[in-house]
Ligand binder design. Structure first.
Ligand code: NAD
Length: 484
């Protein structure tokens, strides 16, 4: 075991809960990295108590003071970029450069959080002679964040800088598959001067998530993960009258028109479906080829063949995930789809015990097939061929998901036509991964997001704060008596 057993982080202290643990495996090598505790409800109780105790004093600090911690935290993320990237790569299996991009994004969202004093200034207006109305943003209180395996550094950072700068205390429940990065973030936050109890980690799986949803001391819950679990968390936490924002899975469509720039389209689509081994909620999953785009598909296949697992592409998170992905490909093949690039039997020198699937392109897929409708979450691109843009839109619109969609064309008018009609929260023109950069916010539509508002950027302010509206009258000489 490379690292000591993972601890919880409660009230500024690392603590090892007794009880069951799970193995944390390096998915590129299959070797044991550490063990993660399946914490008991008692641990959650301790974390809620610590957070509730610490939060009022943190809230009482002016936002300009709270934000100072995050200037330092951003510097620490940058100073420790290599080490943090290494940890992400080890526990998740993505390449070092992909892991570094994740850490860079964490620094970018923290930079946004550092601008919050500028964005959260309230408003004041004299609404009647001698009477003023003003509004202020007040923290929600104790919030909990539940995160997935695919971005162990970035997804916790989607929430923690904004939520904490805005005066909340937090309990993080990281993915049990990738729990190491979270603990390192807790250490850096402490080094940056965050008071004890404002950021806590309780490791575990389903039991802790259910405990979070039910706990009366937790005021808000954010979740990022699959749609199946997002629906459970959304319904369960809301039934206890908490505010909930639950981001789910995705099935992203890229619509490629015959006039698209062939080189740019091929390289963008290839990067989109293979980046992080296809385990991104923004990854391309379906390419809808409109009309004759064979010349683009040929280039796309060459691009995909140049992406080599274990060299410039990472691994899948687990053997179970690998089997799920391969099953989708097998099923599509047996239903008549044609494999243009086949990554099922990839061999990785040194990674014989790891979980690898190479880039795979499946052509002539029909809209009703499982591979065309369900989230595969691997480096697999499904090509559906249609004759018209209207048919392409019909397919995209029929998907229950709505995270991302993009169009590839040289026509501004056609790009506008498509973007206006796709049903997705994050759309792109000639961009394979249309992730909005700060200050624009991140969040999908439909079954890719339950709740109101987005999880990052300006749109997240509503989620992390409550608006207090105050009406004030002081001076009797104004003779304002209509408000008593
Ligand atoms: P997951 O849903 O299996 O797990 C997410 C979290 O939920 C983990 O912390 C896990 O411990 C917990 N969990 C798992 N099963 C549970 C249950 N039955 N009850 C309560 N909690 C449970 O997701 P994952 O496999 O870790 O991550 C991949 C998924 O996340 C993909 O579907 C991907 O699209 C999605 N994702 C979405 C976004 C987005 O922004 N929309 C971002 C990243 C990942």
């Amino acid at each position: 075991m490379k690292y000591p057993e993972i601890t919880n982080f409660i009230g500024g202290k690392e603590s090892s809960p007794a009880g069951q643990t799970l193995e944390v495996i390096n998915p590129s090598t299959g070797s044991l990295l550490t063990r993660v505790p399946l914490s008991s409800p008692k641990e959650l109780e301790r974390a809620v108590t610590a957070a509730k105790k610490a939060q009022p004093a943190w809230q009482a600090l002016p936002v300009k003071e709270r934000v100072q911690v995050f200037f330092r935290y951003k510097n620490l993320l940058e100073m420790h970029r290599d080490e943090l990237s290494e940890l992400v790569s080890e526990e998740n299996g993505k390449t070092i450069s992909e892991a570094a991009a994740e850490v860079d994004k964490s620094a970018e969202v923290t930079e946004f959080a550092c601008s919050l004093p500028q964005l959260t200034a309230g408003e004041i207006e004299e609404v009647s002679r001698g009477v003023e109305c003003m509004e202020q943003r007040v923290p929600v209180g104790v919030v909990a964040c539940i995160t997935p395996f695919n971005f162990p550094n970035m997804v916790p950072n989607w929430t923690l800088p904004n939520a904490l700068v805005l005066g909340n205390a937090m309990i993080l429940k990281p993915s049990e598959q990738t729990p190491l990065s979270a603990n390192r973030l807790a250490q850096l936050l402490q080094e940056a001067g965050l008071p004890k109890g404002i950021f806590n980690i309780v490791h575990g799986s389903r039991g802790i998530v259910e405990g979070i949803c039910d706990h009366p001391g937790i005021d808000g819950v954010s979740f990022v993960g699959s749609t199946r679990v997002a629906k459970i968390v959304y319904a369960r936490a809301a039934s206890h009258h908490k505010r909930v924002l639950a981001l789910g899975g995705a099935k992203n469509h890229l619509i490629v028109l015959p006039d698209a720039n062939p080189e740019m389209t091929a390289s963008n689509v290839a990067a989109s479906f293979t980046g992080c081994a296809g385990q991104r909620c923004m990854a391309a999953s379906v390419m809808i080829a409109v009309g004759d785009v064979n010349h683009i598909i040929e280039k796309l296949c060459s691009e995909a063949r140049a992406i080599i697992p274990g060299v410039n592409m990472g691994s899948i998170i687990s053997q179970t995930s690998k089997e799920r992905i391969v099953n989708y490909i097998n099923q599509a093949e047996s239903e008549g789809a044609k494999l243009l690039v086949d990554g099922r039997d990839v061999q990785v020198p040194g990674g014989e015990n790891g979980f690898f699937v190479g880039p795979t392109i499946v052509d002539h897929v029909k809209p009703g097939m499982s591979i065309a409708c369900e989230e595969v979450f691997g480096p697999v691109l499904t090509i559906l061929r249609v004759k018209t843009v209207d048919e392409a839109l019909e397919i995209e619109n029929a998907s229950p998901y709505g995270n991302a969609a993009a169009v590839f064309t040289q026509s501004g008018g056609m790009a506008k036509f498509v973007i206006e009609r796709v049903s997705a929260g994050m759309t792109g023109v000639n961009i394979g991964v249309p992730v909005p950069r700060e200050p624009f916010s991140f969040g999908g539509w439909n079954d890719s997001r339950f709740g109101v508002g987005d999880i990052t950027g300006k749109s997240s302010l509503e989620f992390w704060t409550k608006l207090k509206k105050t009406t004030v009258k002081w001076n009797p000489e104004a003779k304002t008596n209509w408000m008593s």
